[in-house]
Write a protein that binds this ligand. Structure first.
Ligand code: MN
Ligand code: MN
Length: 460
């Protein structure tokens, strides 16, 4: 099977040019002007459109049991939504609680995904506790192709890791060449404030923010990077939401600490007034860290533009408003945290980042595709357009105009946090390793095509 994409404008972090791309089987084999295709090749005309490397979402939750319930997407629904939105590979989290066996949870997550995904995927391994059993299992898990860990400094009663655990996990990660992604919030402060608010009858969703102010996040970043500095471990700060946390990370970088910073599309586009609107509607916007003051957004955009923030993710967390967020109707601490976003990330970043000139096209590709591939050991197989790489391509139509709505979206969740937002562009055609998975904005792929991307450690 071969595919020729003609006349598109190829954009990568460091180049922009018009050329044809020829793919044989799963791989890009030639790039150049006026390429000839063999008669059996499919030819797609990309005139007037961009061609981007397939986008990578480095932070999604497809399968996640939590707070006594679980996320609504399956690998089928999430991968379909991802592809419609231009994402050809995502990284989910294997998330055992501190009582569950690590290897068994790896087996469970592989079982959920294998043969069920239309796009490629890989995993970060959550480390919820440290003991000798955990250490030998983690070595085995890294060797099986999962060279990135996730630690939660919050959520101490379920997945959160204590300080001795953090110390030893970071030490092992350094030895193995593993990147440690971290949710940075001080668990003690959050839990004490939650108790205080609930006790005094402040139980609505508008109080969520006040139990996790920017200080709590900045402390988490400081905390992580102090431990990481000691061992020289490479870390990755997930879902950074505010300048206080950015500043803590930048201070550590100045000391020579190697850390990457991720933010999420919701922190760029939504602010805390969403969670302060009257009534329980606000629960749709209960996320941790919380949505921040609107004036934080300009700082995040600048940090993205200047490369201080490396990646733009979603933290996709599809739980229904009517039945799951509603669990916290009388107690905001019981509202399922998070928003869905896997389908809308790229169109939103293009429309509200590239179109008004907050970031350029190169940065757009870099933060949403190339950097995730580089940091997590998939580059240049993914995150690039070059011969030898996977034929994961997005032909993007910058003339499309549409409106986001839960009525139309493909994610298996009953609301959309961006309901009614206009978008000025969308993926027209998307390929995953040479297979056309989206045509004219319609899913045409196969939910058995996606594959686990085995990664190697020590790529720095
Ligand atoms: Mn988190
Ligand atoms: Mn998350």
């Amino acid at each position: 099977m071969s595919l020729l994409i003609r006349n598109g404008e190829i954009v990568t972090p460091d180049s922009r040019y018009c050329a044809d791309i020829f793919c044989e089987g799963e791989t890009i084999t030639r790039i150049g002007r006026g390429l000839e295709a063999p008669p059996e090749a499919e030819v797609i005309d990309a005139q007037g459109k961009y061609v981007f490397p397939g986008f990578i979402d480095p932070h999604v939750h497809v399968y996640l049991p939590f707070s006594g319930t679980f996320t609504r997407d399956t690998y089928q629904t999430a991968s379909r939504a991802a592809l419609l939105g231009g994402t050809t590979c995502f990284i989910d989290f294997i998330s055992p609680t501190n009582k569950e066996d690590l290897l068994e949870s790896v087996f469970i997550w592989h079982g959920k995904a294998a043969g069920q995904s239309a796009c490629d995927y890989t995993f970060h391994m959550t480390v919820p506790r440290w003991d000798s059993g955990a250490e030998s299992q983690l070595r085995e898990i890294v060797a099986s192709g999962i060279p990135s860990f996730k630690v939660y400094l919050a959520y101490k009663s379920s997945t959160g890791l204590d300080d001795p655990g953090l110390f030893h996990t970071l030490k092992l990660a350094k030895e193995l060449g593993v990147v440690v992604a971290s949710h940075c919030e001080n668990a003690t402060i959050v839990e004490e404030l939650q108790r205080q608010f609930i006790r005094s009858g402040q139980t609505g969703p508008e109080w969520h923010y006040w139990t996790r102010p920017p200080l709590v996040e900045a402390e988490g970043v400081n905390h992580l990077l102090t431990f990481a500095e000691l061992h020289g471990t490479h870390t990755y700060i997930v879902h950074t939401s505010c300048r206080e946390a950015l500043e803590a990370a930048v201070r550590a970088r100045r000391r020579g600490v190697q850390t990457w910073i991720e933010t999420c599309i919701h922190y760029l586009l939504l602010d805390k007034t969403r969670a302060e609107q009257g009534g329980f509607e606000a629960a749709k916007y209960v996320i941790s860290p919380p949505l921040r003051d609107k004036d934080q957004q300009a700082d995040l955009w600048l940090a993205l533009r200047d490369g201080v923030i490396s990646t733009l993710a979603t933290d996709h967390a599809p739980t229904d408003f009517a039945t799951q967020k509603a669990l916290g109707k009388d107690d905001f601490t019981k509202i399922t945290n998070g928003v869905p976003g896997i389908e809308d990330r790229i169109n939103l970043l293009y429309t509200y980042g590239v179109c008004p000139g907050k970031i350029d096209l190169h940065t757009f590709v870099d933060v949403a595709s190339t950097q995730p591939a580089k940091i997590f050991g998939m580059f240049p197989r993914k995150g690039a357009i070059q011969p030898g790489g996977d034929a994961d391509l997005v032909i993007y139509d910058p003339n499309f105009k549409g409106t986001i709505s839960a009525k139309m979206h493909s994610m298996n969740v009953d609301y959309n946090a961006y309901e009614g937002r206009e978008i000025l562009g969308r993926p027209d055609t998307v390929t995953v390793r040479g297979q056309v998975a989206v045509r004219n904005g319609v899913f045409t792929g196969s939910c058995t095509h996606g594959r686990f991307v085995k990664r190697d450690p020590s790529h720095f």
